[in-house]
Design a protein around this ligand. Structure first.
Ligand code: 5GP
Ligand code: ZN
Length: 114
């Protein structure tokens, strides 16, 4: 836990969030500023600043997050697909330096980004 990290505080419950998932090493919550009808994030409970800081010891939790993404997207109202985004570092326009996977979807096709 990094005491200055807002996502660590969300995991700890000291900052409120709309939780969509929790187990021993993953936490999921709705994005406060959604860009689509479905927009939540999955994060490792462990403080990892960004994807560029993840090591081989983090592979299991990152794999778990990706498989959870599909299940939760279906359950949250995006049964026909979704987009996953991991902004990394300054070039990747990362704002919050606790690794998070955005899951974005909904009933309508998203605008093309890439
Ligand atoms: P990124 O670092 O991927 O650029 O963006 C961080 C994301 O976290 C943004 O989409 C922003 O809306 C979201 N966010 C920032 N602060 C909070 C917060 O306190 N609560 C929640 N639920 N989302 C947040
Ligand atoms: Zn953190």
């Amino acid at each position: 836990m990094d005491p200055n990290c807002i996502f660590c505080k969300i995991v700890a419950g000291t900052i409120p969030s709309r939780k969509v998932f929790e187990d021993e090493d993953v936490f999921g919550f709705d994005d406060i500023n959604p860009v689509a009808a479905v927009h939540f994030m999955l994060i490792p409970k462990k403080h990892i600043a960004s994807l560029a800081d993840a090591g081989p010891e983090d592979a299991a939790v990152l794999g778990k997050i990706l498989t959870l993404a599909a299940r939760l997207a279906r359950e949250k109202g995006s049964p026909e697909g979704f987009r996953t985004i991991v902004n990394t570092g300054k070039i990747g326009r990362q704002d919050v330096y606790h690794l998070h996977v955005h899951i974005i979807g909904g009933p309508n096709p998203l605008p093309r980004m890439i």
